[in-house]
Design a protein around this ligand. Structure first.
Ligand SMILES: [Zn+2]
Length: 494
């Protein structure tokens, strides 16, 4: 007995003083548990508090595809196994903008710098939030993985033990180094309705220790199109308690959005033109009926909307093929539904500025949620508009005008002119209030007016494909005189 006790105490001492080696021996090939023993357990119930600098690059509604907006943030995060607090600041033109975030598994409170309000969260945002925290620290993600009792994948490679798990709608892979038993890499994969299979890779380097806790000081996140963010940790602390940053509003709720059933409402606009309204996207597609073919303009977000529009087109004009798909510019509200049209062999009307982007969309893998083009690939058939293109059946016609940068929005901008009805269809250039008096035109609205004048179009009515909802209260169809009035107001104020 006595001898056993001595052995036991020696073992304990060994475990304490040679923690790393001990953990590895104890765990054998239990890499994830060994990793948690190094990167989570020493924290116990306390918080790891990190001061950081972050360089963030995001896609935005840019003038040309793939342009990014850059933000430099600095701030502090505090992270326990299950809770997270973030205070950060963006400095621009000598002004500071602060964002506060507070998370626990049952609530996510955010006060972004552009708002005084703390908004509601959705159930899926809550479940996936440990992935957002992984930008700074993988502690809650590791804790979550442990609670799911994940086992290593069979195809683990020589350097990493790889663990796969679902976090909300994302598939996550944890790469634990076999020699150092540290979480070196995380990938997150999900489906984007327009871009298809998406993967973000978090790369953790420059590990150090604080009171036995191992944590990375450099985090790099590689996103779609090789766009990268970096986070550098400048100092760390372990603290026992954190005072709340935000107070939960009384009417705060966590919304469970469930499955949205997409709707489509048809609005006949003329003998040849139909509005196919998609309220879930706050957008509409325009169906143009020619003698023996159809053309579709603007389908938002995803292939599901594309399929919906194709089914409706078949009901409206049975047997007529959709020969052309066109979109006013490359933003998701107008181009996102293109793939089912490529699958059907429609010609996609492009400009030089967006042809490569459309090629990318046409071949982007959609294996996570396969659409018709993924299941039955067809080549992209594209036709380029230089300045103006006419599509006609000999009687009825549309003139597609490349107004480009004149739009003050994107360099690929097209507007669609239907001479018979004297209608112009465009995406998102005007802001004519439904109830209030007309106000002076902003740059895009001026751009629409100039574009119409440049091409010498005689216009009576303008149709806009986004937004179409009641809020904000702007018109999605208005007489040309409304546009003229707003231009006169602008000219008068100069
Ligand atoms: Zn746009």
């Amino acid at each position: 007995m006595k001898q056993n006790a001595v052995i036991l105490s020696t073992l304990l001492a060994l475990t304490i003083f040679t923690e790393d080696a001990g953990a590895q021996k104890r765990g054998g090939n239990d890499y994830l548990n060994n990793c948690i023993e190094k990167q989570v357990d020493p924290l116990q119930r306390a918080y790891l508090q990190l001061t950081y600098r972050e360089s963030e690059n995001n896609l935005y509604h840019s003038s040309e595809p793939w342009q990014t907006a850059h933000y430099d943030r600095r701030g502090r995060v505090s992270c326990s196994r299950e809770r997270f607090f973030r205070e950060d600041t963006i400095s621009q033109k000598e002004r500071n903008f602060a964002t506060h975030i507070q998370y626990s598994p049952t609530e996510l409170l955010k006060r972004p710098y552009w708002s005084e309000q703390i908004g509601n969260a959705t159930q899926n945002q809550l479940v996936e939030y440990p992935l957002s925290i992984a930008y700074y620290s993988p502690i809650p993600l590791l804790d979550y993985a442990q609670s799911r009792k994940v086992t290593p994948d069979k195809d683990s490679d020589p350097h990493f033990a790889i663990y796969s798990l679902k976090v909300g709608e994302s598939t996550v892979r944890l790469y634990v180094g076999k020699s150092d038993r540290l979480l070196q890499k995380v990938t997150k994969s999900w489906n984007d309705g327009m871009l298809g299979d998406m993967t973000e890779t978090f790369i953790y380097t420059n590990f150090t220790t604080l009171k036995g806790l191992h944590y990375p000081q450099s985090i790099e996140v590689v996103k779609v199109h090789n766009i990268r963010d970096t986070v550098h940790i400048s100092s760390a602390n372990i603290v026992q308690k954190i005072s709340p940053l935000l107070e939960k509003p009384e009417d705060y709720t966590v919304e469970d959005k469930g499955e949205e059933i997409p709707e489509l409402h048809v609005e006949k606009l003329s003998e040849h033109l139909y509005g196919l309204n998609l309220p879930q996207a706050e957008s509409r597609a325009i169906l143009v009926e020619f003698k023996d073919f159809l053309m579709v303009v603007d389908v938002p977000f995803n292939s599901e909307n594309g399929d919906l529009v194709l089914r409706e087109a078949e009901k409206i004009a049975p047997g007529k093929p959709v020969r052309y798909f066109a979109f006013c510019h490359h933003h998701p509200w107008y181009l996102g539904g293109v793939r089912p049209f490529i699958h059907r062999g429609a010609t996609v009307i492009c400009t030089e500025e967006n042809l490569d982007y459309v090629r990318f969309l046409a071949t982007a893998p959609h294996t996570i949620e396969p659409d018709s083009l993924q299941l039955n690939p067809s080549p992209l058939i594209a036709e380029l508009v230089d300045s103006i293109m006419t599509i006609s059946d000999g009687e009825y016609e549309v003139k597609i005008c490349h107004i480009g940068k004149t739009s003050a929005h994107t360099s690929d901008y097209l507007i669609f002119y239907f001479p018979l009805e004297k209608i112009v269809v465009q995406g998102d250039l005007a802001w004519i209030p439904t109830e209030a008096p007309i106000t002076k035109a902003g740059p895009r609205q001026v751009g629409l007016y100039n574009g119409i004048k440049e091409f010498g179009l005689e216009v009576e009515t303008i149709l806009q494909t986004w937004p179409i909802s009641e809020e904000p209260k702007v018109k999605s169809a208005f007489p040309f005189s409304d546009l003229e009035e707003s231009i006169h107001l602008t000219e008068e104020s100069h």
